[in-house]
Design a protein around this ligand. Structure first.
Ligand code: ATP
Length: 349
């Protein structure tokens, strides 16, 4: 059992606020991802939960008990870092066993626990090797096994896939998801990679400049971003965002005009996803512009045009053929439009 509560959690260094009034209850067994750009306060939040960083104000509770002043070793949480942090002189077996020794767990149980943890991450054949004799992916799996072997109440993972190449990232990501599901342990996972967040999380917390922007399931955040920042951070490509004004129920920018369902008149940012737009015959769409770039994705072709200084992308059929400079017309349906306040970025409809 491990429900983690963050209550008005703040981290300040002098007048700089790294984490600003973070409030959240992370459910027992939940996989929670902290997502945001560099410097937004993800790692600081995680380090406060781990006890590696003092809390400036607010509370952290695990299962109802305030743990602000508890030493890291007494928190029963296991951390996995981007850098693996393995002991170079110990072999894999000894590295995995290390937390059991530190925590003075009955030595009679060590062998079985190390073997069970190493089997979970498919390292059984590498137990005698030193970290230098392993690939990056294998090292990260040792770090995972070392977290697992303790059978902690919670895992805290800080960008554990960052040092892996693209292919290994995908397979290790699947392994982490499966492992956390099997072990049913509360997990807090930090990343700046929105695909990792979307694929791993039960819920995602999107952060910016120390402030929580939105908390929700991946689908909620993708379908209903609460502001333009979240909309621009989630999705590949990110949501198209165009500044303009609403006049008589029609969104107007210099090079486009789209009827919208309902919204207050005045300046707004219009958002729509590439897969929610389509190419229209002739010049029947709402945006008519030359192709700026196109990308063959295998299952689709992503076509981008440049209007008013911003790139607008539309997902077209994989067989659609066009060239840079050719004219295209993009159609956008009102029901797929998101509208954000032009000044604050907050969602208005
Ligand atoms: P990244 O993805 O780059 O790791 P992050 O979202 O994890 O970024 P944090 O490491 O939590 O960001 O840092 C949040 C902010 O706090 C940053 O602006 C950082 O410069 C600042 N910060 C972190 N540690 C300190 C410190 N010891 N003293 C002063 N400022 C700090």
């Amino acid at each position: 059992m491990a429900e983690i509560e963050l209550r008005n959690l703040c981290k300040r260094w002098g007048s700089f606020v790294g984490v600003n009034d973070f409030n959240l209850t992370i459910a027992d067994r939940e996989f929670l991802v902290l997502l945001g750009p560099s410097g937004c306060g993800k790692t600081t939040t995680m380090r406060m939960i781990a006890g590696l960083e003092d809390v400036s104000s607010g509370e952290i509770r695990i299962d109802g008990k305030v743990i602000n002043d508890l030493e890291p070793k007494d928190r029963d949480v296991a951390m996995v870092f981007q850098s693996y942090a393995l002991y170079p002189n110990m072999n894999v077996y000894e590295n995995i066993r290390f937390p059991l020794k530190v925590r003075k767990i009955d030595p009679a149980s060590h062998d079985e626990r190390v073997k069970r943890a190493s089997a979970m991450v498919e390292l059984d054949e590498f137990l005698h090797r030193k970290p230098a004799e392993l690939s990056g992916g294998q090292r990260q799996r040792v770090a995972l096994a070392r977290a697992v072997v303790r059978e902690p109440n919670a895992f805290l993972m800080d960008e554990p896939l960052s040092n892996l190449d693209a292919k290994l990232r995908v397979s290790t990501r699947a392994q982490i998801k499966n492992l956390c599901h099997e072990l049913a342990v509360t997990t807090v996972y930090v990343t700046h990679d929105q695909i990792e967040a979307m694929t791993l999380a039960d819920r995602v917390v999107v952060m910016k400049s120390g402030l929580v922007q939105q908390v929700g399931t991946p689908t909620e955040i993708y379908d209903n971003p609460s502001n333009a920042f979240v909309a621009s951070f989630i999705g590949s490509p990110a949501m198209n965002l165009v500044d303009g004004v609403i006049e008589n129920g029609v969104f107007k920018a210099k090079h486009m005009s789209v009827p919208v369902l309902e919204a207050q008149e005045g300046p707004v940012t219009l958002g729509f996803r590439a897969e929610d737009a389509r190419l229209a015959e002739g010049a029947n769409g709402q945006i008519n512009a030359p192709v700026y770039t196109l990308e063959l994705l295998g299952d689709a072709t992503m076509i981008s045009v440049r209007i008013d200084g911003v790139l607008v992308s539309v997902k077209a059929d994989k067989n659609f053929r066009t060239n840079i400079g050719d004219s295209v017309s993009i159609a956008i349906e009102p029901q797929f439009c998101h509208l954000f306040d032009a000044e604050t970025g907050a969602r208005v409809s």
